[in-house]
Design a binder for this molecule. Structure first.
Ligand SMILES: [Fe+2]
Ligand SMILES: [Fe+2]
Length: 287
């Protein structure tokens, strides 16, 4: 027997509005990075207005993730080395990092587990994007980082029906997120898309978040959605930030086809990424 708890759409919209809005400086950086007339000097000035963002950018520029031999000491150097697209991604990431570090009891995720999973998916998606020559890779990184954003809101709705969802998913051998959407009337992917839209994030990003379980539905940049979906499945297979959502979750065959992955290639991606995403020091990156 299925529980009948469903969410009223107006409730959810209200909860999306309660999430902290983008700061003026983050919005400015996002806009500036898309402005073809923007110079390195002008962008650096905008970044420097936000101490937090500046510190994060320097931390990332000097992290093992970018692996530059020389220390990046100033914001100007970081903008030149990493590029405008990376600055846009980092601005979006610095806004969301704080939110993603919370625990989500509704998904069986302890403090920091959603963050570890989000960061893991971001790194893997970026690697997939480089191999598939998807550009800009930073956009794929951020889509990976934000893919489970909807869980922030759905967690509290999920708590009372969690046991039922786990039981149904187990009985039917269906992925947790299928039963979640059926029982609540709303899935975290769809909701994540709504949150991204409410923050005026780029439409490609919104789409990749919305369709991260079913990337073939994406119409703007389906390859970005495929990369995030595959990265999500790989991260789950590596056991990072599983929670309940890891139940019966596998990469879709059309995604493996679209990106050209067979079992051998998948195994080598997993063994390449495992040391990086299980390194807890990397979780201090990006905020
Ligand atoms: Fe998900
Ligand atoms: Fe996920």
């Amino acid at each position: 027997m299925s529980p009948t708890k469903t969410i009223a759409p107006e409730d959810v919209i209200e909860r999306v509005a309660e999430l902290p809005p983008l700061s003026a400086s983050v919005s400015q950086v996002i806009l500036a990075c898309d402005d073809p007339d923007m110079t390195v000097g002008q962008l650096t000035q905008i970044i420097l207005q936000d101490q937090n963002l500046t510190a994060n950018i320097l931390k990332v520029a000097n992290s093992a993730f970018y692996g530059h031999a020389r220390r990046v000491a100033t914001a100007t150097e970081a903008v030149v080395l990493l590029g405008f697209s990376a600055m846009k991604s980092l601005a979006i990431s610095s806004h969301t990092a704080r939110l993603l570090k919370t625990s989500l009891p509704g998904y069986g995720l302890e403090d920091g587990e959603l963050w570890a999973h989000s960061l893991g998916v971001a790194f893997i998606a970026r690697r997939i994007a480089i191999e598939a020559r998807l550009a800009p890779v930073e956009e794929v990184f951020v889509a990976g980082l934000l893919h489970d954003l909807g869980k922030l809101i759905l967690s509290s709705y999920l708590q009372p029906v969690f046991v039922d969802i786990v039981r149904i998913a187990d009985e039917r051998k269906e992925p947790f997120h299928h039963v979640e959407a059926e029982v609540l009337g709303f899935g975290h992917a769809e909701l994540g898309g709504q949150i991204a839209a409410s923050w005026n994030f780029p439409p490609e990003l919104e789409e990749a978040v919305r369709y991260h379980h079913d990337p073939a539905q994406a119409t703007r940049k389906p390859m970005v959605a495929h990369a995030v979906h595959l990265a999500d499945a790989v991260c789950m297979m590596l056991g990072v930030g599983l929670g309940a959502d890891g139940m019966a979750y596998t990469a879709r065959p059309e995604t493996l086809d679209a990106l050209g992955y067979d079992q051998d290639r998948l195994m080598s991606l997993m063994s390449e990424m495992e040391p990086l995403i299980t390194d807890t020091a990397m979780r201090g990156t990006l905020g």
